[in-house]
Write a protein that binds this ligand. Structure first.
Ligand code: SAH
Length: 213
């Protein structure tokens, strides 16, 4: 896959916009500057890769907006060696941003078409999530729990209990909560039973879909 100096220039511009929009974490800015987003776009839409917007992908889903990817990644406050679960693999772009860190990444998708397509893309790009899982995000992925971070990239009408249960002590769950509009929310697990909850403004995501499998 190609990455031209033109693409790189467009990414630098995008980074400038993300900074103006309030993204401060240098590690996430570096990740977005390094990673070609056009590799994750649908055929025909590549030219829009460095516009700060969400775009359609297969199965009526979307590739998240760069600002949203940056914002959620920042909220995860990643440390080297962390184990992270992503709910909603989609195009694989957010997964690839996470893989720029020295962490272990699990990613889960419920649409079989996207699960297959994006798994192949990861192989092609030599990106190595620990596991790409075909499953239901409401249940999380208990087999590899606990996680230091869980990131949900679809709008959740409710906070699924299993996701809170699968956090380590000190672990962070970053989840957009709401139906039509979502409030970005972060839960930090303080102890077996206690969670800190913080909210960070409103966003619009495609919905986290209930059991289809
Ligand atoms: N992280 C993706 C965002 C894709 S949009 C990206 O950067 O491209 C949200 C994704 O969540 C879609 O792929 C959708 O199929 C998936 N999704 C929706 N409901 C889900 C569920 N219950 N479990 C797992 N994935 C789900």
């Amino acid at each position: 896959m190609i990455d031209t100096t033109k693409h790189q220039g467009q990414r630098r511009q995008l980074i400038g916009q993300l900074k103006v929009a309030g993204i401060k974490d240098q590690s996430v800015l570096n990740a977005i500057e390094t990673l070609p987003r056009h590799w994750f776009m649908e055929t025909g839409l590549e030219a829009f890769a460095y516009i700060d917007k969400a775009y359609p992908i297969a199965a009526e889903q979307t590739i998240s907006q760069p600002y949203t990817v940056a914002f959620q990644t920042e909220l995860l406050t990643l440390n080297p060696g962390d184990k992270v679960l992503e709910i909603g693999t989609g195009s694989g772009y957010q997964t690839a941003v996470l893989l720029q860190y020295d962490i272990t990444v699990y990613t889960l998708e419920r649409q079989h078409e996207l699960f297959k397509k994006t798994s192949l893309l990861f192989n092609k790009l030599k990106l190595r999530p620990k596991k790409v899982i075909f499953g239901d995000g409401y249940k999380g992925y208990p087999a590899a729990a606990p996680y230091d971070g869980i990131i949900v990239t679809a709008g959740a009408p409710i906070v699924p209990k299993p996701l809170l249960e699968q956090l380590s002590i000190g672990g962070r769950l970053v989840i957009p909560v709401g139906k039509k509009e979502q409030i970005m929310t972060r839960f930090i697990r303080k102890s077996e039973k206690e969670f800190d909850k913080q909210t960070f403004g409103s966003f619009r995501f495609v919905p986290l879909l209930e059991n289809k499998n």
